[in-house]
Design a binder for this molecule. Structure first.
Ligand code: ADE
Length: 233
C-alpha cells in the first residue's frame, strides 16, 4: 500500500515511520510512504497555507489552493483521500481493516481551526477522527490511522502478532497477561496459566476478556464493532 501524507510538519512523521512494526513494513516495501511538505504547493513567496476565516472568529483556516493542488499532484488513480479532523468518522477496527484494502491513502494532516470546506468538496476527502478530543494538529492522528491499518496488510505482522490483532476483531478487549516470575511482590500468577491445560487456559482467557469488556466497554458487547456501529452507545 502506498501512503502519501500532506503536512506542514514532515519531520514529525519519520521517527514513527522508522520504528517497530511500521518501520519493518516500510523497510520491506510493504508500505510505500511519502511525506509531502504542503508549503511546496503554494504559489506566493511567503508559502502561506493558512488564512483568516470568512465571517470572523478565532484562529486560522487551511487555504484550499495548496491542499487541493497537492492532492491532485500525489493522488494515483483509485487513491482514497482522508482528512484528519475531530469532526470525522471515528477510527475503529472496522475502518482500519477497510483502509488496509486500499491501494493508496492520501492523508491530509491539518493544523489551525480547520479546513476550507472546498478542500473536502473538491477532493472527495473523507474526514476521520481518532477520538473525541482535540489535538493541536492532525499529524499524530494520521500516523495512528496508518499504524492501525498497516497491521492488517498481509505480511506486516508475524503469525504470533497477527493472532493478537484478531482478538479485537472478535469484539472483545484483551484479558490480563503474565510472564515470569511466578510470584512477584507476593502476587501469584493465576494457577490456571501454569496448569498446562490448553483448553482450560483458552476458556479462562475468553472469560477474562468478556469480564473486562463488560466492566470497561459494555458498548462493544452491544452489536460489536460493525460497519454501522462506531463504538458509541
Ligand atoms: N485533529 C485534531 N484533533 C483530531 C482528532 N481527534 N482526530 C483526528 N484529527 C484531529
Amino acid at each position: 500500500m502506498r501512503v502519501d501524507f500532506l503536512t506542514i510538519f514532515p519531520e514529525m512523521f519519520w521517527p514513527a515511520l522508522n520504528s517497530g512494526v511500521i518501520g519493518r513494513a516500510v523497510d520491506s516495501g510493504l508500505l510505500d510512504v511519502r511525506v509531502h511538505q504542503l508549503r511546496d504547493y503554494t504559489a506566493d513567496k511567503h508559502r502561506k497555507v493558512d488564512d483568516k476565516p470568512y465571517g470572523g472568529g478565532p484562529g486560522m483556516v487551511f487555504r484550499p489552493e495548496p491542499v487541493v493542488i497537492a492532492v491532485e499532484a500525489v493522488r494515483a488513480p483509485g487513491g482514497r483521500v482522508l482528512v484528519m479532523s475531530p469532526q470525522g468518522r471515528p477510527l475503529n477496527d472496522v475502518l482500519a481493516r477497510e483502509l488496509a484494502l486500499e491501494s493508496q491513502l492520501v492523508i491530509i494532516a491539518g493544523r489551525y481551526e480547520g479546513y476550507d470546506e472546498r478542500i473536502i468538496t473538491l477532493t472527495g476527502a473523507e474526514e476521520v477522527s481518532i477520538g473525541d478530543f482535540v489535538l493541536s494538529g492532525g499529524e499524530l492522528a494520521a500516523l495512528v490511522v496508518v499504524d492501525a491499518a498497516a497491521r492488517f496488510l498481509p505480511g506486516v505482522l508475524g503469525s504470533d502478532e497477527s493472532a493478537l490483532a484478531d482478538s479485537f476483531g472478535a469484539g472483545l478487549l484483551e484479558g490480563p497477561q503474565y510472564t515470569r516470575p511466578e510470584v512477584f511482590r507476593g502476587i501469584r500468577v493465576p494457577e490456571v496459566l501454569l496448569s498446562g491445560d490448553h483448553e482450560h487456559v483458552r476458556q479462562w482467557r475468553l472469560e477474562q476478556a468478556r469480564l473486562r469488556t463488560l466492566e470497561r466497554r459494555r458498548d462493544l458487547l452491544n452489536g460489536g464493532l460493525t460497519a454501522g456501529n462506531d463504538g458509541k452507545e
